[in-house]
Design a protein around this ligand. Structure first.
Ligand SMILES: Cc1cc2nc3c(=O)[nH]c(=O)nc-3n(C[C@H](O)[C@H](O)[C@H](O)COP(=O)(O)OP(=O)(O)OC[C@H]3O[C@@H](n4cnc5c(N)ncnc54)[C@H](O)[C@@H]3O)c2cc1C
Ligand code: SF4
Length: 495
């Protein structure tokens, strides 16, 4: 800790975002390039180096936050990078995408704004790449053991990197044409440009991890063949089975799932398509679902030039302060947050009949109606109370010719046959069942990430990947020195 009173003299300052008018005209990240490094050492200096650092406990990866805050305050970037990479394989992903439960748990947040931990993490990661500290770390010797990892999202990549570095021969199978899971075709470029992902994949290839993209396990390669070929198998296939909206009019043209809409938009950024076949340009867009996936649809529709965009949230509007009774510090509270996409919608006033930031809270969809050609034209909704009971006299209709469903995901997609071919047992929730060692009911087959935990976050996915790697290493070698930051049943901090 360089300045023990830093938090008293320096106010919290976040990485500035570009002006809305400018950033909605491109797909680049929303931040002003070059403005983080000049402010970040002073920000890191606000850290109190707490005796019991709750930030560290709030992070599933157990990131050594006070240590690297102190190193950044002293501008010792190499040591900061070493300490950051000691617990996180991909800090440039979490530095951009994590909702930062560490900041909700920061001791400073009890009575003033938290340390900008996420920004500090991103600055260290970016600086490490710029200064060349991130190098391939191939194993010194090989184990002669082979592992197949199915799925190249953050879980699969973290597991593969850990297992490769431990000396195993690891092959990652991915059904998409490019690697990265939801970070590739779900999360838009304005949240994370894809060169961050490509750079990591290059590092992993240089370390010896092998990748087989455009290969559906269960169809292009049978599950039995995979088991026969490898000593262990890790299922990290995500939870991509989406929830449906069960209302009249769901089958009308122009009603799509968020994960049907976002991938082609990402392919436009990747140069695969000139225009998305589902582009929102000139259309009245209604997004059903108030979560982050919905916000990604919002930011995408705004950039595509939608005529209007409204996001419906069935929950009542949360307050701006945490509820000390139900969600006291250091838990991650459900409060009103203005994401970059909502800030854009608020500035541009994109919604015809919603609150200022394009969200309509406490709104439940009744039905969708269409024109003579069977295309959706209107969404009928009613306001609801906190128990989701309709409030009489509050029905209304929004113009809608593109309706996007962002209602969450229930579990792994079973359409490829992988789970059934292997005879994998599922939990009552539909996720993959596993024991305390990440092992499924099938000998030598492990499961991790959203496929087993259920829809979650990138920081949990990386923690799952690291932990399953330790379990697999132990299974293969009889012991392991790999770190396991979480167990399969660990949950975020709650009261
Ligand atoms: C639109 C959207 C935005 C999000 N934004 C954020 C965010 O900002 N911050 C955050 O922390 N979290 C975010 N999340 C959640 C986060 O992306 C996930 O929790 C995380 O990606 C889960 O990682 P995973 O590796 O377990 O699964 P995934 O990322 O889903 O990866 C699984 C991979 O397995 C592949 N696969 C599936 N079946 C097979 C098969 N049979 N053969 C071969 N490959 C297969 C899939 O194609 C996929 O690439 C978002 C989610 C969505 C949908
Ligand atoms: S809780 Fe906040 S102030 Fe304390 S060590 Fe962590 S980041 Fe620093």
């Amino acid at each position: 800790m360089a300045d023990p009173k830093g938090f008293m003299s320096t106010p919290r300052q976040e990485w500035p975002r570009r002006p809305v008018d400018e950033r909605v005209r491109d797909w680049n990240e929303v931040y002003v390039p070059g403005t983080l490094l000049p402010i970040i050492s002073k920000q890191a200096d606000r850290c109190m180096d707490c005796g019991i650092p709750f930030c560290h406990h709030a992070c599933p990866l157990g990131n050594l936050i006070p240590e690297w805050n102190g190193l950044v305050a002293r501008q010792d970037w190499r040591a900061a990078s070493d300490r950051l990479h000691a617990t996180n394989n991909f800090p440039e992903f979490t530095g951009r995408l994590c909702p930062a439960p560490c900041e909700a748990g920061c001791v400073l947040a009890i009575n003033q704004p938290a340390v900008t931990i996420k920004n500090v993490e991103c600055a260290i990661a970016d600086r490490a790449w710029e200064d060349g500290y991130v190098e391939p770390c191939p194993p010194e010797r090989l184990s002669d053991r082979t592992v197949a990892v199915i799925g190249s999202g953050p879980t699969g990549l973290a597991a593969a990197q850990q297992l490769t570095r431990a000396g195993h021969t690891v092959v990652v199978y991915e059904r998409d044409d490019r690697l990265g899971g939801l970070m590739r075709y779900g999360i838009p470029d304005f949240k994370m440009e894809k060169h961050h992902l490509d750079r990591r994949l290059e590092q992993m290839e240089a370390e010896g991890t092998r990748f087989r993209a455009a290969t559906v396990v269960g169809r292009d390669i049978g599950a039995d063949e995979l088991r026969a070929r490898y000593d262990a198998v890790v299922i990290a296939t995500g939870a991509t089975a989406w929830r449906e909206l069960d209302v009249p009019g769901r089958d009308l043209a122009g009603v799509h799932q968020a994960m049907e809409y976002l991938p082609p938009a990402n392919r436009v950024c990747a140069g695969d398509l000139k225009v998305s076949p589902l582009s929102a340009a000139g259309r009245h867009v209604v997004i059903v679902g108030g979560g982050d996936t919905g916000a990604d649809c919002l930011g995408t529709a705004v950039r595509e030039g939608a005529a209007s965009v409204t996001q419906l949230d069935i929950y009542t509007m949360p307050g701006t302060e945490r509820d000390e009774e139900t969600e006291p510090w250091p838990t991650y509270p459900k409060i009103y947050r203005l994401s970059a996409a909502h800030e854009e919608a608020a500035t541009l006033r994109t919604a015809p009949a919603a609150d200022a930031d394009a969200r309509l809270f406490a709104a439940s969809t009744l039905r969708l109606t269409g024109d003579d050609s069977g295309h959706v034209r209107g969404l009928h909704l009613v306001e609801v109370d906190a128990q989701r009971r309709p409030l009489p006299g509050t029905e209304r209709t929004l113009p809608a010719d593109l309706v996007l469903l962002a209602l969450g995901f229930s579990g792994p997609d079973r359409s490829d046959g992988l789970i059934d071919q292997l005879g994998i047992e599922l939990t009552p929730r539909g996720t993959i069942a596993r024991d305390a060692h990440f092992a499924t009911n099938v000998f030598g087959v492990f499961a991790a990430g959203d496929a087993a935990r259920g829809q979650s976050l990138i920081v949990w996915a990386i923690a799952e990947g690291r932990a399953v790697a330790a379990a697999v290493d132990r299974y293969l070698m009889g012991g392991s020195e790999l770190p396991a930051p979480i167990g399969p049943y660990d949950q975020p901090m709650k009261v």
